[in-house]
Design a protein around this ligand. Structure first.
Ligand code: HAM
Length: 406
């Protein structure tokens, strides 16, 4: 599990601010659910025969002997909370969340055991308009972050549960005919979850997977119409996509349109955001049958794509020269903060030479050093020095400083 250190935070804050701005512009409300849920919730929602449930959950017994797990994703807990609090009953909900998730995977670039997801979920609308809305919302986020050129949208349809059952049969027939060439994992999944074989990363499996029947050829009329209408909405919005007939998802709850935003800038862990429709899940977890759809984005991967991040350094560093200034510094910094909640001032502490104070001012990343000395105390001014640009040094009253700092 990785720590996110202070020098990485400007990028994280920029990303989280952009997320909050974008979800607000679509009218979505926030929900926060616990990091821990009953293990059975995840195995029922995500599927017993998935990598997440079989190999990746942090599972433990609590003091009552109940099996709990750290959440590996947000949708299961979101659905549990919605059912429990009656949020889905005859209502449309457009909600989002941001928080840490946990998967015991082999760590590598872009893959961590504790990672953050931003997710958006819509309940109560059968789509495809709202599926398109979610995809457009994610596209708007890339635009806001300036990373739209690094991402492509891959999309596929898993069809309705009925059409998937027909496809499943075809797939079992196909892979059974190639049984001798299957790796151990795929062999095991042949009966329990043959669709997951399509997602195998095993190099020897790739030619067999390439030849496998396409799900798209087995969609029934309703599934086809749903998918075509989704694609038409994306086209009308001018959003480019690639149909990837081999796209399946690592979680079992999906039906109809599924998608992934992928990049080739991050090596093997190229999926930045993924989602789709999960109409059966609410009913399956004990709620009334209700359509639902959503996506989740990995924050670490989005951060890794950012290039121009606004600085989160303070505006000014206050340098205190002389004993009187050292005593008054704290209050002068307060006076500045009183002028505007947007001003950020780091006030020097701990004494030391002027040189060492300027060293710290430089290290803080602040644009300006504000020097308080005996002369300033007498004339109620601060000496403002531009540490990064060309502005000439000037002695200014606090009110005059505000417009310079902001
Ligand atoms: P997921 O594809 O399992 O879907 O995860 C979504 C995203 O979380 C991935 O595309 C990736 O960016 C990020 N992610 C997953 N595992 C890791 C990891 N170990 N380290 C870093 N990032 C990771 C879901 O979780 C679904 N709940 C999405 C969804 C919401 N579908 C409908 N609603």
């Amino acid at each position: 599990m990785n720590d996110i250190l202070p020098d990485e935070m400007a990028a994280w804050q920029f990303l989280e601010q952009a997320i909050r701005q974008v979800v607000a512009s679509y009218g979505y409300q926030e929900i926060r659910t616990p990091e821990v849920e009953k293990t059975a919730l995840f195995s029922r929602a995500i599927g017993d025969v998935t990598d997440i449930v079989e190999k990746e959950m942090y599972t433990f017994d609590d003091r009552n002997g109940d099996s709990l797990s750290l959440r590996p994703e947000g949708t299961a807990g979101f659905v549990r909370a919605g059912i429990e609090h009656g949020l889905f009953y005859n209502q449309v909900q457009r909600l989002w969340y941001l928080g840490s998730m946990f998967r015991h995977e082999r760590p590598q670039k872009g893959r961590y055991r504790r990672f953050f997801q931003f997710g958006a979920e819509v309940v109560g609308l059968p789509g495809p308009d709202v599926d398109a809305e979610l995809i457009l919302m994610s596209a708007r986020l890339w635009q806001t972050l300036g990373i739209q050129d690094k991402l492509t949208l891959q999309i596929n349809s898993l069809g309705s549960l009925e059409s998937r059952a027909v496809y499943r049969e075809k797939l079992v027939q196909y892979f059974t005919a190639h049984r001798s060439k299957l790796d151990a994992d795929s062999e095991r999944r042949l009966q329990s979850n043959p669709l997951r074989i399509l997602d195998s990363k095993h190099p020897d499996m790739q030619p067999i997977i390439k030849g496998a029947p396409h799900l798209g050829d087995y969609l029934d009329a309703e599934s086809r119409a749903h998918f075509d209408a989704l694609l038409a909405r994306l086209e009308a919005a001018g959003l480019a996509y690639e149909i990837n007939p081999h796209l399946v998802r690592g979680l079992d709850y999906y039906v109809h349109g599924i998608y992934e935003w992928v990049t080739d800038a991050l090596g093997a862990q190229g999926t930045v955001c993924a989602g789709g429709r999960y109409d059966g899940l609410i009913g399956q977890l004990g709620g009334r049958e209700t359509p639902a759809t959503g996506f989740a984005m990995g924050l670490e991967r989005a951060v890794a794509l950012l290039s121009d991040v606004p600085s989160n350094a303070p505006h000014a560093y206050m340098v205190l020269i002389g004993e009187a200034a050292e005593q008054a510094g704290l209050l002068w910094a307060e006076k500045l903060r009183d002028r505007s909640p947007d001003i950020s001032v780091l006030c020097h502490g701990g004494g030391g030479s002027v040189k060492s104070q300027f060293k710290r001012a430089d290290k803080s990343g602040a644009r300006f050093a504000l020097v308080l000395d005996d002369e300033g105390l007498a004339s109620e001014t601060l000496l403002c020095k531009d540490l990064r640009g060309e502005q000439a040094e000037q002695r200014l009253k606090i009110d005059e400083l505000v417009s310079i700092l902001l």
